[in-house]
Design a protein around this ligand. Structure first.
Ligand code: ARG
Length: 492
């Protein structure tokens, strides 16, 4: 195949393989090569529709593009001497149909608007896939939660036993976070759903392109409103990387708990063997490796985000080649999230939670002491701070039985709880973790009725998000299918 057709006018000299490799984006371009063909087809149909290209070259070019679509882009087009797939593919087309025809596809176009359009197309597909896997994860969390509305467990603050809650309440907390990740990604999708095509290098073009037409062909909601912004911005990539990093941060916290919970000294969960590895020396070992790698992937994604922001900061308008260096970070970040979320879903769905162990721990560490203080407030009229001091003192003495509580009250507040009418029976009742959970029935709380409300609201939200995935996916796939059909009709 020919050499780099773009250098031949202005530049001379043979470049070393090192320089070619340094400049090339070929590896990352594999992510956008398919999208690039769609962009070519849309641009070509647009050129023809506006009468900018004649029928014969347009048909020859379209036939060649369809051939690439049907049989794949040949590896010569990914030769690093072309710097990127856009130039490599153009060289291939010129070879195929001759320069008189093949040299006409790039009218009114630059690689700047071309690559920005390709990245947005592929990113839309990636968002749809990521949101789909998030909806599956959320479904799993809701299903497991529904089975554990009554499973009492200890809740922690500072990783110390704090107050009793239920496994359902705990899982729903994570589901809330993942539903916000879903919302963030949907918003990012809506914002990035504009077509840069027709912006050319940055100042658009004197050719009378119909940008709304090519935007529609490519499944975008509309053309990007400003041609300079369209080629210069990568804020959409930073936004999606942020969303992925936030999502993975939450995933890493859940993974950390799975690691902790599956230890012998906690024993709240048993992970399915497929998510675990063993040791090359210690034959007894079952290690939670998937959860550990995922915990680390959150760091990887955060790193890709940091790289993307740092590459973009301080760049003057409009396109700068630096932007090429950002794109691989975008794909790596998105890929790490895309791999992780379905595995997390599988890991939760197949895990065995040990309700007995959780119940045994739920009341430990004086975890219902707040309820005893609340009792002194509610039924005996003490100020909360006084009740808090009395119960705290009793805990310091090591027991919450009536005698200890009374001694604590005398010393810490100069009163007798026995004289107030507190009984051993009352104390026993409020110290029961199940009682503590049942009392917390207000909005958002862990009581079974309150959790049932959360479950049903989140199921509705999930159904709406799942519908968005299917509708958006179908709309995009239909646009691409129609574009190919239109291209075939044109070439026939
Ligand atoms: N490979 C380039 C990128 O990813 C495509 C745009 C090249 N534009 C240019 N003026 N050299 O950004």
């Amino acid at each position: 195949m020919r050499s780099d057709q773009i250098r031949q006018g202005r530049l001379s000299g043979e470049r070393s393989g090192d320089i070619e490799h340094f400049l090339a984006s070929m590896e990352a371009d594999r992510w956008i090569a398919e999208a690039d063909l769609l962009v070519d087809m849309a641009h070509l149909l647009g050129l023809r529709r506006q009468g900018i290209i004649d029928e014969a070259p347009a048909r020859a070019l379209m036939a060649a593009l369809l051939d690439l679509h049907d049989h794949g882009i040949p590896k010569e087009a990914f030769d690093e001497k072309f710097e990127d797939v856009h130039a490599g593919k153009e060289a291939y087309l010129i070879d195929r149909v001759g320069e008189d025809y093949g040299g006409r596809l790039h009218m009114g176009r630059s690689r700047n608007d071309e690559v920005a359009t390709c990245i947005r197309i592929r990113l839309k597909q990636e968002i749809i896939a990521l949101v789909r896997s998030l909806t599956e994860l959320r479904r799993t969390l809701l299903d497991v939660a529904a089975a554990h509305i009554e499973t009492v467990m200890p809740g922690f603050t500072h990783l110390q036993h704090a107050q009793p809650t239920t496994l359902a309440h705990y899982l729903l907390a994570y589901e809330q976070a993942f539903s916000r990740d879903t919302a963030r990604l949907r918003e990012a999708y809506a914002r990035l759903d504009v077509s840069p095509l027709g912006s050319a290098a940055f100042a658009s073009t004197g050719f009378p392109l119909d940008r709304a037409y090519t935007a529609r062909l490519l499944g975008f909601s509309r053309p990007a409103p400003n041609s300079m912004d369209a080629v210069a911005t990568r804020d959409f990539a930073i936004e999606v990387l942020s969303d992925a990093a936030i999502c993975m941060t939450t995933a890493s916290r859940l993974c950390e708990e799975l690691v902790l919970w599956s230890t012998a000294f906690v024993g709240f969960v048993q992970l399915d063997d497929v998510y675990c590895s063993s040791s090359s020396i210690m034959p007894q070992k079952k290690n939670p490796d998937v959860a550990e790698i995922m915990r680390a992937k959150a760091g990887t994604v955060a790193g890709e985000l940091a790289a993307a922001i740092t590459i973009t900061k301080g760049l003057p308008m409009s396109y700068n080649r630096d932007l090429q260096e950002l794109t691989p970070h975008l794909w790596r970040g998105v890929e790490a999230a895309r791999q992780s979320i379905p595995l997390l879903s599988g890991m939760i769905g197949s895990a065995t939670f040990n309700a007995e162990r959780m119940a045994a721990e739920a009341g430990r560490g004086f975890s219902t002491a707040t309820d005893l203080a609340d009792l002194l407030v509610r039924e005996y009229g003490l100020p909360f701070r006084t009740a808090h001091r009395i119960v705290g003192r009793a805990v310091r003495y090591g027991s919450l039985d009536l005698a200890t509580l009374d001694a604590a009250a005398r010393e810490a507040a100069g009163i007798s709880v026995v004289e107030l009418g507190v009984t051993e029976e009352k104390i026993t009742t409020v110290l029961d973790p199940r009682h503590a959970v049942a009392l917390r029935s207000i909005t958002g709380g862990p009581a079974p009725a309150a959790v049932a409300v959360q479950l049903s609201e989140q199921k509705d939200l999930l159904a709406r998000d799942a519908a968005w995935v299917e509708e958006t996916d179908a709309a995009l796939s239909n646009a691409f299918r129609d574009l190919i059909l239109e291209s075939r009709r044109f070439a026939a």
